[in-house]
Design a protein around this ligand. Structure first.
Ligand code: C5P
Length: 251
């Protein structure tokens, strides 16, 4: 159990801000402005590819917690080595693709635990991406030759991740309730595609509000543009955290 992996998590710790920006100075300024108000900052492929691990180290040095969203998918040995490096960077959450298979997921979980032990730091939360939400049943069947329904496939990969020793999954808003029934209670669910009622949907399709996502069983919600585009970002975060707090209380 890590420091973050507790269901007594204060509401603000459940909010993950996606740092989907093309400048490291903008990303770091967001960390300075919001680190006392949001739980974690998500560093994804865009920021990482442009600025490398240094941007992660700089966020961590500022006291920001990081979700490293690089979705590792490779042979188990390589993923184990990459996972060890993620732990050494000091991230609090990182993820892998469940489609990499049981051995790969197990290698990630074991390497994270072992490296954290050696470093004397808490074991990060390790998440699996099940099926990318950009894929539908038709593309599953056509491209991956997976003929089960999408929800059954997602549940299958979530249970596989659980057996592999990962901490949880990344799940779309529509999958939360189904997954809560499919996995054990303390399995972490982190959900993007969340939109406050006062924000536009951008390109997200079937969204839930922060309150709805937490009520459905999400432990963490990832939000980017509604905060990044807000004139008063701190106020936007404040409204979201209030909504999460109300949902946590009623859960
Ligand atoms: O700006 P927005 O709130 O839509 O950002 C959501 C973040 O979550 C983005 O970084 C996006 O890549 C990520 N994400 C997503 N849907 C998924 C998986 C990840 O929106 N299924």
């Amino acid at each position: 159990m890590t420091s973050l992996q507790t269901h007594q998590n204060p509401p603000r710790n459940r909010l993950v801000l996606a740092l989907d920006v093309d400048s490291d100075s903008v990303a770091l300024a967001l960390v300075d402005e919001l680190k006392d108000q949001v739980g974690l900052f998500k560093v994804g492929h865009q920021l990482f590819t442009a600025f490398g691990p240094d941007v992660v180290r700089r966020i961590v040095r500022k006291g920001g917690k990081v979700f490293l969203d690089l979705k590792y998918h490779d042979i188990p040995h390589t993923v184990a080595r990459a996972s060890a490096e993620a732990v050494k960077l000091g991230v609090d959450i990182f993820n892998v693709h469940a489609l990499g298979g049981m051995d790969m997921m197990r290698a990630a979980a074991e390497s994270a635990a072992e490296t954290a032990g050696k470093q004397g730091i808490p074991v990060p939360i390790t998440l699996a991406v099940t099926i990318l939400t950009s894929m539908d049943e038709a593309s599953l069947r056509r491209d991956l030759k997976i003929t089960r329904s999408l929800p059954r496939t997602v549940a299958h990969f979530a249970r596989l991740a659980q057996r592999a020793g990962l901490s949880g999954v990344v799940a779309s808003p529509q999958e939360i309730k189904m997954l809560r029934r499919a996995v054990r209670q303390r399995f972490v669910i982190l959900t993007p595609g969340v939109r406050p009622s006062w924000a536009g949907k951008d390109d997200q399709q079937r969204v839930l509000t922060p309150g709805e996502a937490v009520a459905a069983g999400a432990d963490y919600i990832v939000i980017g543009r509604p905060i990044l585009k807000a004139e008063d970002k701190a106020a936007a975060v404040g409204r979201i955290v209030e909504e999460v707090a109300a949902a946590v209380e009623n859960r």
